[in-house]
Design a binder for this molecule. Structure first.
Ligand code: TSX
Ligand code: MN
Length: 614
């Protein structure tokens, strides 16, 4: 077998050498490339993909060192229906995951991977999720036959020789990936090889391995992200008493220079990346970004919860991103970035819906055809891959192996009614219930279900590697590991309320969300008041800074309204949803649901009592 450097020179780790040799025997590649992680390696791989026609180098004046890829039109997003959790027992995958018998699945995968890399290079990528050497970091080895994956991993993770040097005899997570398109002798490669009919994204939580076949796209192929840092890590976290969460991490500094860190979990299409890089509208307030997608949190010796971002880059949805909606993301992707399924302008730059008010003329759309106004220029799930350190507001502790101490946890969803702008949980148990209750109205036009409610507990529905009911239990018990003074406060937000006629949004959102963050910040220090309601604590109207917003009193009341009739229905909706967990649903969740119901009914009865004043 032809190696770029001798295996023994690259690593002395016996397990790693065995892993590589076994996979060579299985996948039968043409040659093997052991990644160094250097810039030269990145440039060489990109150059070759440009020569092969798989990538286009963008205009170096406009977008230095950046590349455009278009995928196979069948391979444009994560495939949840092809994603499996192969725990030994079906009950350990739970009702929200696809389970498959691990032995049967292994046989199926071994068949698929047998010879799957014929005629191709097998790349070996050592990567660290989290700063190298942090006690919160974990190492993975991804074997892949896609150079696109290698280049994306260069941006999204700390990878290469430095990880090997650190690995020594440590354990690593085995990540197997193949696009599933072996090449026969003299067969010409396609521009985006994949096998859409046979996609499998498979997790073996007990042996902590990942096998991904048939897709080259994002979350299906960059295995450090959703597969490892969420699905496998969540099972590790449950076992070892920490949290692996689908959360952004931000730093917030008030005008007095006091700083706190918050994490936040939102379902898709709620603007998580925008929130992570918020450009605040209130003078003197500052937001800094630690991460936009994943938080790993552990309790330190000081008894506080500390978070790291296991990733090193952003893999963000491009459409809707503009200098207006997310200035800092736009700055992050000005150079050294990879763009997938965006549109190409006539001067070889990128464009997507929502980037500018007016469309540039003469674009090539994401399918490689001349763009016409009737169609989308970029695919709605088009992505940018950009280094986190290019974000103008990246936090100084982004690389800190200790992480940052967390003061508040925010949940949220997109609801045009019922859920107020912001409320605070009474305590940790109630806060856990809020996380379990996360739901969002759908915006995807695809299946004619616009506006339908989708429950997405903790925004982890597609990312929890074990039974979601056990996950609730893990959260419910987490407060016992910390002293109460160290427990983060928990909040729920909704930026998406609409007016009576369901026409416009009544909260300006974006930069003005700092006003809500300010209230939370001051709640953490108990420096501002609240009003107790049936569902939680809301701001007193005078405690929310709305200076210069031009909101009517009526609108402000609507933003903080708790409609008890609607909440009575909400309780039923939640009860109905939680029934999928059957007898696995923890007492703590049932208890919180009952208490919510009682509080709502009690408030209602107060309202109905005849008034004897006059
Ligand atoms: O990301 C969003 N955030 C969070 C920002 C920090 N979006 C975009 C969601 C899709 C990814 C929002 N959209 C937010 C928001 O707070 N709010 C809204 C709704 C909205 C849309 C447009 C306007 C106001 C609110 N602007 C005007 O009406 C001018
Ligand atoms: Mn995500």
């Amino acid at each position: 077998m032809d190696f770029n450097i001798p295996l023994d020179e690259w690593t002395a780790n016996k397990n790693l050498k065995k892993f590589i040799k076994d996979k060579i025997d299985l996948c039968k590649p043409k040659n093997v490339y052991l990644c160094s992680g250097t810039k030269e390696e990145y440039d060489e791989l990109m150059n070759q993909m440009v020569i092969d026609g798989k990538a286009i180098k963008l205009n170096d004046q406009k977008r230095p060192n950046s590349y455009f890829f278009k995928s196979d039109p069948e391979d444009v997003a994560r495939v949840e229906e092809r994603t499996f959790i192969c725990s030994e027992k079906e009950i350990d995958a739970g009702p929200t995951n696809n389970w498959h018998n691990p032995n049967e699945m292994k046989i199926k995968l071994l068949n698929l991977f047998d010879g799957s890399m014929q005629g191709r290079t097998m790349y070996v990528i050592p990567f660290s999720m989290g700063p190298i050497g942090s006690d919160k970091s974990h190492i993975g080895i991804e074997i892949t036959d896609s150079a696109y994956v290698v280049c994306n991993m260069h941006i999204m993770t700390r990878m290469g020789k430095k990880v090997i040097d650190h690995l020594k005899d440590e354990d690593f997570i085995e990540c197997m990936h193949s696009v599933g398109k072996p090449l026969q002798e003299n067969e010409k490669d396609t521009l985006w090889p994949c096998d859409p009919e046979n996609r499998y994204i498979v997790h073996f939580p007990e042996e902590k391995s990942i096998w991904s076949y048939g897709s080259g796209y994002g979350g299906n192929a960059l295995l450090g992200k959703k597969c490892f840092a969420l699905r496998i890590a969540s099972t590790m976290a449950k076992k070892d008493g920490w949290l692996a969460e689908h959360m952004l991490i931000l730093g917030i500094t008030n005008p007095e220079g006091e700083k706190k860190y918050f994490v936040a979990a939102f379902p898709s299409a709620c603007g998580k990346t925008n929130m992570a890089m918020l450009n605040p509208s209130l003078p003197g307030w500052k937001i800094e970004c630690i991460g936009d997608d994943i938080a790993w949190m552990k309790i330190s010796e000081d008894g506080r919860l500390w978070a790291i971002n296991p990733e090193a880059g952003f893999f963000g949805v491009a459409p809707g991103t503009s200098y207006d909606t997310n200035y800092n993301a736009m700055k992050s992707l000005e150079k050294n970035s990879i763009f997938t399924n965006v549109a190409l302008t006539q001067d070889n730059d990128v464009w997507w819906e929502g980037m500018t008010k007016n469309e540039p003329e003469n674009m090539i759309n994401w399918l490689g055809k001349k763009h016409s106004k009737e169609e989308k220029a970029a695919h709605p799930n088009a992505r940018f891959t950009s280094p986190a350190h290019q974000c103008p507001i990246i936090d100084k502790d982004f690389e800190n192996p200790k992480g940052v101490p967390i003061s508040a946890i925010i949940f949220g969803g997109r609801r045009d009614d019922v859920v107020p702008l912001v409320y605070e949980a009474f305590d940790w148990q109630h806060g856990t219930f809020l996380g379990a209750s996360v739901s969002s109205q759908m915006t995807a036009a695809a299946k004619g279900n616009i506006g339908k409610l989708r429950h997405d507990p903790f925004a982890m529905l597609p990312f929890c590697g074990y039974n979601m009911a056990d996950y609730f239990d893990h959260w419910l018990g987490f407060d016992k590991k910390m002293t109460s003074k160290n427990l983060p406060k928990i909040f729920y937000v909704n930026w998406f309320l609409k007016d009576e006629n369901q026409k416009g949004f009544i909260w300006p959102g974006f930069s003005d969300n700092i006003r809500v963050l300010k209230w939370m910040f001051e709640r953490v220090d108990n420096k501002v008041g609240f009003k107790k309601t049936a569902i939680g604590n809301i701001p007193n109207i005078e405690d929310l800074n709305v200076d210069g917003l031009n909101l009517s009193k009526n609108t402000l009341e609507k933003l903080l309204e708790i409609d008890l009739d609607k909440w009575e229905k909400e309780v039923l909706e939640l009860k109905n949803y939680f029934s999928i967990f059957k007898d696995k649903l923890p007492e703590g969740i049932i208890d919180q649901l009952n208490k919510l119901n009682e509080r709502v009914l009690k408030e209602k009865s107060k309202r109905c009592e005849p008034s004897y004043k006059e």
